[in-house]
Design a protein around this ligand. Structure first.
Ligand SMILES: C[S@@+](CC[C@H](N)C(=O)[O-])C[C@H]1O[C@@H](n2cnc3c(N)ncnc32)[C@H](O)[C@@H]1O
Length: 192
């Protein structure tokens, strides 16, 4: 992907993520992030949520912006620097494996990325090692409802029932669910 295309895409991701239509403020409030926490933003794209989370976890916390696209990560890094934030770490991921081991994370956030992940049961089984005891995985994913749109036309969605079944096979239980997003599921899982 050339740089111009990458720049256009990250701007589009951030424009959508920051639009009131995405209910970003409600999503962020619902997570109750606290200073000192560690958060992974899997498929961080333009980093809109990474930067918002970094602001909340503060100097003692950290946000790992994780993506398979180095140009996107460079954009996030520059944005963090321009905003004087030094608690964001960017990590280049391989498609099939969450790239950070050790029991680090309080929250692993996966917004509009679940359908991109290959071998999801295996992916989330491995990812358990990266969660702190009591940590959680937050999945926001288009559910295929609503009018005919891009996500439905191109199959960029996964039904909630499939996510629940796959997460259960990977060793997680659904602990919270929110209904304020009209076309997306908002599910929080913990490992059992
Ligand atoms: C639709 S964008 C979502 C961006 C961001 N999460 C948001 O809510 O604005 C999907 C992102 O997932 C990334 N991605 C795709 N497959 C991935 C994988 N296997 N691991 C990590 N990131 C991945 C893409 O490069 C892209 O940045």
């Amino acid at each position: 992907m050339n740089n111009l295309k990458a720049r256009m895409l990250v701007r589009m991701f951030n424009k959508k993520a920051s639009s009131p239509k995405s209910k970003n403020e409600e999503i962020i409030k619902t997570l109750f992030l606290e200073p000192g926490q560690y958060v992974a933003d899997v498929g961080s794209g333009g980093g809109y949520f990474s930067l918002r989370f970094a602001d909340l976890v503060g100097e003692d916390g950290k946000v790992y912006a994780i993506d398979t696209n180095q140009s996107f990560l460079d954009f996030v890094k520059k944005n963090a620097k321009d905003n004087g934030m030094n608690n964001i770490v960017t990590v280049l991921a391989k498609e099939e494996k969450f790239p950070v081991d050790s029991k680090k994370f309080d929250t692993i956030f996966v917004r509009n990325v679940y359908h991109h992940l290959p071998n999801r049961v295996e992916y989330f089984k491995n990812l358990r090692d990266s969660l702190k005891t009591g940590g959680r995985v937050v999945i926001i994913e288009y559910n295929g409802s609503g009018s005919l749109n891009f996500h439905r036309m191109f199959g960029h969605y996964i039904a909630k029932e499939i996510i629940e079944a796959e997460m259960s096979s990977a060793g997680y239980q659904l602990t919270e669910e929110y209904y304020f997003l009209s076309e997306q599921s908002f599910l929080i899982f913990s490992a059992f």
